[in-house]
Write a protein that binds this ligand. Structure first.
Ligand code: GTP
Ligand code: MG
Length: 213
């Protein structure tokens, strides 16, 4: 009898990353090596993106070590293998919010990033990070709306939840849900408390399994 393969339907609680590999830093969709379904991750500088990438990858310093100086506009690709057997390519987009001239979040992205978000054939969704202690700005709301308009599912993820007392967390999540006009509450995460990581992986897996359009 063949040995049992990886479990195909792990519960939200159990889902984890069993291996993660830095694949490449690329300049645009044309340079992507072929690979599994893509999920992009994006957020303002200091929102906790690298920390969350590491938590999703189940590694201490994957995101930081692959930071390529001078390639700040690169898309960093990490291929994850989940305990469910699914494979997901996490596409770490350059942080936005640095460009002082950009009037909107979208304008602060290079044309290359816009092109990737609009045209990538393998992209199944975008994770947009929001620091739970900060007010949501119009740019973030506009960016999420634009993603929906171009047919990209968006997962809003609140970071650094451990910074809030437990009694305040529900209210903050409800506010973010209202601000982003979401059907479901955003995903509450903290790398310090390992909060929401499995839940986020579960949502990523769900999106990655969506058929290509
Ligand atoms: N309390 C708390 N701090 C966090 C959490 N995640 C990240 N941080 C802190 O937030 C700061 C920024 O974290 P990074 O993961 O480097 O954020 P980033 O968005 O990648 O930042 P840049 O790449 O520099 O734009 C660091 O001091 C982290 O320790 C969290 O879940 N809880
Ligand atoms: Mg970072």
């Amino acid at each position: 009898m063949a040995a049992p393969g990886p479990k195909k339907s792990g519960s939200t609680k159990d889902l984890r990353t069993i291996s993660a590999e830095f694949m490449a830093a690329v300049g645009g969709p044309g340079e992507f090596p072929s690979g599994p379904a893509e999920i992009a991750i994006v957020g303002r500088s200091n929102v906790g993106k690298s920390s969350l990438v590491n938590a999703l990858a189940n590694r201490h310093s994957l995101a930081r070590t692959s930071k390529t100086p001078g390639r700040t506009q690169a898309i960093i690709l990490f291929d994850l293998a989940l305990s469910s057997g699914d494979k997901i390519r996490l596409c770490d987009l350059p942080g936005f919010g640095h460009a002082k001239v950009a009037k909107t979040m979208r304008e602060s992205f290079s044309p290359m990033i816009q092109k990737f978000l609009e045209e990538s054939k393998e992209l199944r969704g975008v994770i947009l990070l929001q620091d739970c202690r900060r007010d949501v700005d119009e740019d973030a709301i506009g960016f999420a709306e634009w993603l929906r308009e171009i047919g990209r599912p968006v997962l809003i993820v609140a970071t650094k939840m451990d910074e809030l007392p437990k009694t305040k967390r529900g209210g903050v999540i409800a506010r973010l849900q209202r601000d982003f006009d979401l059907e479901h509450p955003p995903i509450a995460t903290s790398v310090r408390e390992s909060l929401g990581i499995s839940e986020l992986l579960h949502h990523m897996r769900r999106l990655a399994r969506q058929p290509k359009d």
